[in-house]
Design a protein around this ligand. Structure first.
Ligand code: NAD
Length: 498
């Protein structure tokens, strides 16, 4: 059986921990590989390699670093099919969905290829007699990324291209549940000409994460995953003096106003609720129709479509969604539905217990539609992260806004309406980081930045885009006097240059 190893200083190594974990094909339930689990020693080795590579990489001109991003773009485009297959084999998402993941990752690579202009500094001449000031942004040093299972290629590529383009070297600790994409990302960078040691992959779980958080030579940590771990990473990383951005979980609502195009809204909910089996941090998991008529029409439109969802393995070209990531995830999602039913939600379409012929051991949950969900139910409060769409009926627009604003998460949200006033008010008032107006999954393009509000993020910076340039660099301001011959005598008052 294949063993997925760390890649440190450009070379594969199993490390010394002796620990491994099984990697599964979620569609068949079969173990396809095992991944080595590193700890302190392996993280130390990864950081050492990154530190050794830093002096040369950080003084490589931004133009040369950009050229590697251009080359990476070409390599990724050529290998898009292979990347997508690698994602799907361990994650289970459909092939087209995986290709979409690759496309969004490519956008970040393209943005990083423009690093020369993003790193351009500021200059002010003659701020005092013979004195000029310039401000530049310098790389931090060794930075680390800790990533979730649900976008095993895109989320690492939200981080790595920007961090490297800014002149940092990197240690990635990918999800142990679908680790092969991370090693493939290394191969793609290598093919694009990245020197050894600039990017290192160390696999593992909690022990590896803790070693990252405590390592004195890691300057910054980017984390994407669930909220409890995001908060833990942020708190422990900050306590160790690091710069930390930690993006967490979500419960994304979509308001459907009575004037909305109901077919468009139903299409949007099908894709955003059930695409990738609901395992997206920007999945819509709560539909909030305004008024009983809107709710009845919506449920009538959704129910037959949820029941008819085409579910299959990634290589089934007709499949609209695949399995969930693990048997544990399947059982947890089923338990969430059980709890919702017990608390009084109406199970309009029930995805529990789905079996697929020929794939009896796969980790399947069918599309599930819950109606009559209320804000005190656990099914509403928690992130289910599965193919479960809850309908929470609101009497009016104000009630819906208050509901969303009161939720602990604030990652994404959307409103479907033809009313410009309502849409504008919504965008202004809603306490959520990424807002869609008739757009169900408003993931910002790479020229903007990604990040939620409230307990969907810890730290001041969103991920990728201009926020990434700020996160992965620090400001240096140089004030210089030329020619050196100018003398103003010893000054004992606070210097003013005017
Ligand atoms: P997770 O929190 O279980 O794991 C994320 C990372 O943390 C992994 O690398 C894992 O190895 C590590 N980890 C897990 N348990 C740990 C522990 N006890 N101590 C230290 N490290 C630990 O998340 P997941 O299940 O892989 O991914 C799904 C979650 O990620 C969902 O909550 C989803 O909303 C969230 N997510 C958020 C975004 C975003 O941008 N906000 C994007 C994608 C996914």
């Amino acid at each position: 059986m294949k063993t997925i190893k760390h890649i440190i200083g450009g070379a594969e190594t199993a490390g010394d921990s002796g620990e491994t974990q099984g990697v599964y094909n979620p569609a068949t339930g079969e173990q396809t590989a095992k991944v080595v689990l590193g700890g302190t020693d392996e993280i130390n080795a990864g950081v050492r390699a990154a530190m050794e590579a830093f002096p040369a990489w950080s003084t490589t001109s931004p133009a040369r670093r950009a050229r590697i991003m251009f080359a990476l773009r070409d390599v990724m485009q050529r290998r898009a099919e292979k990347i997508a297959k690698t994602i799907s084999a361990e994650h289970g998402k459909t092939h087209d969905d995986a290709l979409g993941e690759v496309a969004r990752a490519l956008e970040v690579v393209e943005f990083a290829a423009g690093i020369q202009s993003h790193l351009q500094g500021d200059f002010s001449r003659e701020v005092g007699p013979g004195i000029d000031t310039c401000a530049e942004r310098q790389a931090l040093g060794v930075v680390a990324g800790i990533t979730p299972f649900n976008f095993p290629a895109m989320v690492p590529l939200w981080m790595i291209p920007m961090a490297l383009a800014c002149g940092n070297t990197f240690v990635l600790k990918p999800s142990e549940r679908d680790p092969s994409s991370a090693n493939l990302i290394f191969d793609l960078f290598k093919e694009a000409g990245l020197p050894d040691g600039v990017l290192n992959i160390v696999h593992g779980g909690k022990a590896a994460v803790d070693a990252v958080l405590d390592h004195k030579d890691i300057s910054a940590v980017s984390f994407v995953g669930s909220t409890p771990i995001a908060e833990y990473v942020y708190t422990r990383g900050c306590a160790a003096g690091k710069r930390v951005q930690a993006l967490g979980g979500a419960k994304n609502h979509m308001i459907i106003m009575p004037d909305a195009d109901m077919d468009q809204a139903a299409d949007a909910l099908m894709g955003a609720g059930f695409g990738s089996a609901g395992e997206r941090c920007m999945a819509v998991s709560v539909a909030v129709p305004i008024g009983a008529d809107t709710a009845n029409i919506l449920v009538e439109k959704l129910a037959p479509r949820v029941a008819a969802l085409k579910i299959g393995p990634p290589d089934d070209p007709d499949a609209e969604m695949g399995p969930v990531i693990t048997a544990q995830a399947r059982d947890r999602i089923n338990a969430c539905i059980d709890a919702g039913e017990k608390e009084g939600a109406k199970v309009v379409v029930d995805g529990r217990g789905l079996k697929l012929q020929g794939y009896e051991n796969g980790f399947w949950v069918g599309g599930t539609l819950l109606d009559g969900v209320t804000k005190d139910m656990s099914v509403y409060k928690t992130e289910i992260f599965g193919p479960v769409l809850s309908v929470l009926r609101a009497n009016d627009y104000g009630e819906a806004v208050d509901l969303i604003n009161a939720h602990e998460y604030g990652n994404g949200t959307a409103i479907f309406t033809r009313d410009g006033d309502a849409a504008r008010d919504f965008a202004n008032r809603i306490q959520v980081g990424m807002v869609g107006i008739n757009v169900p999954i408003p993931v910002p393009v790479a020229t903007h930045s990604f990040g939620g509000w409230k307990r969907s993020i810890f730290g001041a910076h969103g991920i990728y885009g201009k926020e990434a340039v700020h996160f992965y660099t620090r400001l240096k301001t140089v004030t210089a006097r030329w020619p050196t011959g100018i003398r103003s005598g010893a000054q004992f008052t606070f210097p003013s240059m005017g």
